[in-house]
Design a protein around this ligand. Sequence first.
Ligand code: XIL
Length: 469
Amino acid sequence: MDNMLARASGRPVPRRRSRVALASGMVGLAVAATVAVASGANAGTTLATAAAEKGRYFGAAVAAHKLSDSTYAGILNREFNSVTPENEMKIDATEPQQGQFTFGNADRIVEHARSRGMSVRGHTLAWHSQQPGWMQNMSGSALRQAMLNHVTQVATYYRGKIHSWDVVNEAFADGGTGARRDSNLQRTGNDWIEAAFRAARAADPTAKLCYNDYNTDGQNAKSNAVYAMVQDFKARGVPIDCVGFQSHFNSASPVPSDYQANLQRFANLGVDVQITELDIEGSGQTQADNYGRVVRACLAVSRCTGITVWGIRDTDSWRASGTPLLFDGSGNKKSAYTATLDALNGGSTPPPTTPPPTTPPPTTPPPTTPPPSGGCSAAVSLNSWNGGFVATVRVTAGSAPIDGWAVALTLPGGATITNTWSARATGTTGAVTFRNVDYNGRLAAGVTTEFGFQGTGTGPTGTPTCTVS
Ligand code: XIL
């Protein structure tokens, strides 16, 4: 399991500049570098290296069709070590027709990033906006199942490749009510958010799972409501690892005076915080000062693990007329860039030394019958829809520790497994056996792990058998 530091440092970070300088035999440079080292500075010269020195990532929202623009790709590759697809992983892009998934544009971004050691933020699995037409027209349990299937399919497809997923985006209303936003997803039941998080965890146990929103950057009714939800999720064991603060700022919505305090109170709940879509409209020194403030706030919160700006050049921005980014339309560094780099190179509190746990605590009550001594037991829960299902299987060790397990169950006629996660399946129809993978075979007495599978047709109905292997 790699941690934030390892990921944030995906690309080489200049550490001892003196060694390079001395090796080059350039005395002047060697003197300058010695001064830098002696003063304790280890300044990064790009956003990515400066952030990595502080154990953070620095990312940008990226559009697939711009990767062939050499100025754009040149800045991206030089300055950033994380990317977020700006639109390519949204529901309308990845499931334009129900059950038909298209990943071409998202894949181009993921491959561009991963081949260069950049991490990827996935954005977004469940959202009221940018839904394809078929989903906009759905409601009730059919929509709930379609949403869960979407979460499962997309997170499974990118399993192991995503640093953090925005599992749910913008689910709270603006204004003073602290209520959920009305949407077709909300009308499927208030528990739709936790259902989405559970499906995402089952599909990709290594990605950090984030809730992401805007107008939550300071303390207000909306952020209080998100705070209460995260607190409740942590108390009940709903798998959530991080909260994203979009941080779209302009004169009507400036950087709040309690920005850092707000990040800190969420971090105190035991989640990472990330600045996910930063842009600040304006120009000159005022804009530069605001960028500096935001960066320093993140660095002052040890669980603020990274910053993403919502585009590269001003002309790439969704709010281009507000010139809100770090590079001008020609790709030149703005004063906002310099302020950002300087802030990254300034002092900070140390980043976390141990990564937060990525395996979820048990989220459903343990089986009512005690597992047999020294053996194991298994229980299946199903999410089914017309023509398909997702099964989550909980495997629990008995009164003695075990080193491996195998779960056997029988699928009804016509059912076929299309996908399995956190286990290896033998067979796809009829009698099927699932065996543990490397990381989840060893269980202490009474401890539970989960695996899952997805299929077409109808899910299994009988009781699975668990044997120790
Ligand atoms: C924006 C994109 O930047 C635009 O290209 C698109 O037309 C609309 O969406 N909050 C979010 C992002 O979570 O997905 C939005 O991105 C900006 C606001």
